[in-house]
Design a protein around this ligand. Sequence first.
Ligand SMILES: Nc1ncnc2c1ncn2[C@@H]1O[C@H](COP(=O)(O)OP(=O)(O)O)[C@@H](O)[C@H]1O
Ligand SMILES: [Mg+2]
Length: 255
Amino acid sequence: MLNYTTYSEAGGVGKTTLASNLAVAHARGGLDVLVVPLDPQDGNLSRLFGVDTARADDATDTLVRHLIQRPKGAFEDLIATTEGVDIVPEHNMLSSLPDYLRREQRQAEELGESFGLHSQLLRVLREHDVNEKYDVLICDPPATEGVHLYNAIHATRSLVIPLEPSAKGDASVQGLESLVTGLSTNLDMDVDVLATVPMGFKDTRDQREMLNTVEYDIPEIVGERTSLFEGCWKQQCSAFEYVKEHRSRVREYEV
Ligand SMILES: Nc1ncnc2c1ncn2[C@@H]1O[C@H](COP(=O)(O)OP(=O)(O)O)[C@@H](O)[C@H]1O
Ligand SMILES: [Mg+2]
């Protein structure tokens, strides 16, 4: 099984854009894909795919309930499918996930039990045989360090990192290796980097120089495609779907 978390130190670099389009790319390649986005904020992956209709519904079952061992229904019933990709939609309850998890941890400790703050997503996915049912698992957490990010990385152990190829992004590229080492230390596990993907590349000399300093694989580069990705948010779909369904003429560079 191929598991990864889209990760970047800062927000707005392209994690969600990358996660959503990679998911559709895998599905188009014939793989069974599950996406578990974990970002409590608006403008998250569920919004992009238009599967966030129940995000404010307090009565509905949510992944958060499963993470704190209080499910209201079957895990399978959480799943929404779009463009051939299965997604566990984000819910507003995700913003209180740190509190919910700490409460569970306190209770467990009082009973002399252990409760892994960062291993609950992995537990839920294992309990539902996700590794047997799917070929690919992609998590898309927020950039901020905390239980969302750590649960995602714990469940996947690998990262795909969007890079900002600018002078500002340069600083985070220089610190990338130590950042990944820090995550490994924090979680007490080996965290692999499968790929780094420059987003919004304009092929300037500075950008090319910057990419030369990246220690990880760069299997693909995504150019500056503001119109395309704006269109995706507007139509709530992947770039694949957008180019096919919402462009009146074919733009070779988008294809
Ligand atoms: N290659 C790109 N070219 C132009 N705009 C992009 C590109 N990749 C992402 N964006 C835009 O940047 C913004 C942030 O992207 P997003 O994927 O939501 O980042 P993150 O999930 O890391 O916060 C979005 O408006 C998105 O459409
Ligand atoms: Mg995002």
